[in-house]
Design a protein around this ligand. Structure first.
Ligand SMILES: NC(=O)c1ccc[n+]([C@@H]2O[C@H](COP(=O)([O-])OP(=O)(O)OC[C@H]3O[C@@H](n4cnc5c(N)ncnc54)[C@H](OP(=O)(O)O)[C@@H]3O)[C@@H](O)[C@H]2O)c1
Length: 296
């Protein structure tokens, strides 16, 4: 099976690539905007800009994929808020083009999306049938990407993930858990929001869920995230507790006090019931994920 991972230099993309690398049934290809972040045996790397249609088409022609996994994105909400054109191109237009090429090559499209498609005005976990209503530009472009796939693609799964964590490679962006650990280890205070709730996702669980979906016959949206729903401040406290760091350095503040320029949904925990039932998806707890991230 020829598998093309788009965004293979990214945090999630590289983790998925590494998780498939030793499995004989896959012939692996990774592509990304910049040079290979950590070259290794077991896959071929293509340097392409997915916003250039000719480069994307050449990659499909070379790889002849059976499955395409798109982990590329302009994934920083604050950046998207001030760079609308770039966010549209990468998170929506390029995604539509990949979906069209997947039809042309008769291959399955697994596309990563986000909890930020929702407005957060709820007090229960969102399911796949709940109506998106994004509150920031990143969320808008990701939702438009989802809609383009649903309209165009014959064989697809959209995978919504939430606050992805794990061990980043040098050169990859950090995540809230790493940031908390790093600040507390240096004896610095950290402000975290106490009234935004998430279901944080260990990156290895995404790799498992995505592999299950590669072989799954159904089209549709799947929530692939952690099983614990807690506030961002409580995530920070869990890290401090498990790593035995000074939790008095954590300063919980409300969204209003934090006063960030980019709005974020208050409650964007996602329900994983569909993935559990249809795929046998069984993610680790946050505590297990923290142990894997920092202690293994
Ligand atoms: N991280 C989270 O907490 C989180 C939460 C919810 C949803 N998600 C979603 O999950 C997915 C993966 O997120 P992530 O944080 O792992 O992503 P990431 O680390 O930001 O990686 C994205 C990758 O996309 C590549 N890319 C960007 N523009 C490109 C272009 N024009 N052509 C080719 N490649 C391009 C970049 O490649 P180069 O490095 O080569 O430039 C980058 O490494 C995304 O769809 C994101 O929206 C993430």
């Amino acid at each position: 099976m020829n598998v093309l991972i788009v965004g293979a230099n990214g945090f999630t993309g590289r983790h998925i690539l590494n998780s498939l690398i030793d499995k004989e049934e896959y012939r692996l290809f990774g592509c990304s905007l910049h040079d290979d972040i950590q070259p290794a045996d077991g896959y071929e790397f293509l340097k392409i800009d997915i916003c250039h249609e000719d480069q994307l088409e050449a990659a499909f022609k070379w790889v002849k994929p059976d499955v395409v996994i798109n982990t590329s994105a302009l994934s920083v909400p604050d950046y998207c808020e001030t760079h609308h054109g770039e966010a549209d191109e990468i998170n929506t237009m390029a995604v539509e083009h990949i979906a069209q090429l997947c039809n042309e090559y008769d291959c399955r499209f697994i596309h990563l999306s986000t909890d930020f498609v929702f407005d957060g005005k709820t007090d229960r976990l969102y399911t796949e049938i709940d109506q998106p209503n994004p509150v920031n530009y990143y969320g808008i472009t990701k939702w438009h990407g989802e809609q383009a796939i649903e309209k165009v693609c014959q064989n697809y799964a959209i995978v919504r993930v939430v606050v992805v964590y794990g061990k980043p490679l040098p050169g990859q962006h950090s995540n809230i858990l790493q940031l908390v650990a790093s600040k507390l280890r240096k004896g610095e205070t950290i402000r975290v929001v106490s009234d935004q709730w998430r279901t944080p996702t260990y990156v290895g669980d995404i790799a498992n869920g995505v592999e299950k979906l590669m072989h799954h016959p159904n089209n549709g949206i799947y929530h692939i995230c952690g099983k614990d729903c807690l506030s961002v401040a409580d995530i920070a406290y869990r890290v401090a507790d498990l790593l035995q760091l000074d939790s008095s350095l954590i300063q919980p503040v409300t969204t209003e006090v934090m006063n960030e320029a980019t709005p974020r949904p208050a409650f964007s925990g996602l329900s994983i019931e569909k993935a559990k039932q249809e795929l046998g998806y069984n993610p680790m707890s946050l505590e297990e994920g923290i142990v894997k991230t920092f202690m293994e």
